[in-house]
Design a protein around this ligand. Structure first.
Ligand SMILES: *Cc1c(COP(=O)(O)O)cnc(C)c1O
Length: 396
């Protein structure tokens, strides 16, 4: 079945957060480079501390500018949250969201499929602060109830996992969490605010590495946390207390990326499908990890909950020695090696989930590669992979 965006979302991505009336008719909000905001009287200076800063009323650069307000308003409305907070990176969005709701002595349930640095934060900083983490099987669904302890305060999800692509049963997990008064935080980076509507599925806080598809051009680091009404204030206070603020140029790049997000995602999805169709007939390939494929274990849930797919997927090869994989990757012409994804360019990296997965341990036929299908001519991308397989076989 073909997927469709929520009606109106394409219009929203082009219009939200724009206020030409405030900026001399300018289509885009200007980039505000500012720290100090000047007030003409003592009365107005003092009043600025007792109201919330917004588009029309600034207080201090760190607590928001018209550039950040525009971005925050657009993202929150697109995902259907109450409000959002822009932060300097996707990782800071994940860590700040956890910090906001966890105290010393609390227990955290973390999906075993989480982005590795998110995991490292739990094992280092949160552990040092007296927060205990249990990793759960991303496919646990409502069985997550068995892992809840009296001090469990947060369940963290990442769906699909950005390395291993398990789709989580978000509604089942949020239903259990609500019964126990536990906050649910979702890393929604793969789907963006367009393809998974977190708040319709009971999530309290959705976080994004805007660095990926929202910025979309591999030229800025940016994160955003979107919250429901009940969670927003706690989250905003934590971000303000930590002194987090993203740079105005980077936020602007996020806003600019947002304008073309819908068309880019549609194209990335198409590119991924064409590449996967070719890959699935290759003898080197054991499995493809991409929930938008009918034979993927996550397909039914993806069909039920998502409005589309992006260009990021996993490729499990049959058994090949590491040096053969290196020979394949070293010679790639278009698929380049490097961290991140969501830009216009194609990427390929080797990944080793067996090194840290415990619930359950990672098992696969052979090496895992993670691919990002960029916006190049898809035949050129396929030829690049075809040449790669020649090198893979030559050294096997
Ligand atoms: C990249 C990524 C992050 C971290 O984002 P940065 O902007 O690089 O800090 C978090 N979660 C997921 C799923 C990611 O892919």
């Amino acid at each position: 079945m073909k997927k469709r965006l929520t009606p109106g979302d394409q219009t929203k991505t082009t219009h939200l957060g724009r206020r030409p009336d405030l900026f001399h008719g300018s289509v885009n909000p200007p980039v505000y480079h500012t720290s100090t905001i000047l007030f003409p009287t003592m009365k107005e200076f003092e009043a600025s501390y007792t109201r919330r800063a917004d588009f029309g009323q600034l207080r201090y650069g760190r607590v928001g500018t018209p550039t950040s307000f525009a971005f925050e308003e657009a993202i929150a409305q697109l995902e259907g949250g109450h409000a959002s907070i822009v932060v300097p990176s996707g990782l800071s969005a994940a860590t700040t969201a956890m910090l906001a709701f966890l105290n010393s002595g609390d227990h955290l349930l973390m999906t075993d499929s989480a982005y590795y640095p998110t995991r490292r934060y739990c094992e280092s900083l949160l552990s040092r602060m007296g927060v205990d983490t249990t990793y759960y099987d991303p496919l646990a669904g409502s069985n997550i109830e068995q892992l809840i302890k009296p001090n469990t305060r947060v369940i963290f999800l990442e769906s699909p996992g950005s390395l291993t692509f398990e789709v989580q049963d978000v509604p089942a997990i949020t239903k259990v969490a609500k019964e126990y008064g536990i906050k649910v935080i979702l890393d929604n980076t793969w789907a963006t605010p367009l393809l998974f509507k977190s708040f319709e599925h009971g999530v309290d806080v959705s976080i994004h590495a805007a660095t990926k598809y929202i910025v979309g051009h591999a030229d800025a680091m940016l994160g955003v946390m979107v919250a429901n009404q009940e969670s927003f204030q706690t989250l905003q206070m934590c971000a303000h207390q930590c002194g987090l603020c993203a740079g105005p140029d980077d936020i602007y790049l996020g806003l600019r990326g947002l304008r073309t997000l819908a068309v880019r995602l549609t194209q990335h999805h198409q590119q991924a499908l064409s590449i996967i169709e070719w890959l699935s007939n290759r003898p080197e390939v054991a499995r493809i990890l991409y929930p938008a494929l009918p034979d993927d274990p996550g397909y039914r849930m993806w069909q039920r909950d998502f409005l589309g797919a992006c260009g990021l997927f996993g490729l499990v090869l049959n058994e090949f020695p590491k040096h053969a994989v290196a020979n394949m990757l070293d010679g790639m012409k278009l698929f380049k090696m490097g961290a991140s994804w969501g830009g216009f360019e194609s990427l390929i990296i080797p990944a080793y989930p067996a090194k840290f997965r415990i619930a359950p341990p990672w098992q696969a036929e052979g090496p895992l590669l993670r691919l990002h299908a960029g916006l190049e001519d898809v035949q050129d991308l396929i030829s690049d992979l075809e040449q790669g397989f020649v090198r893979l076989n030559a050294t096997a």
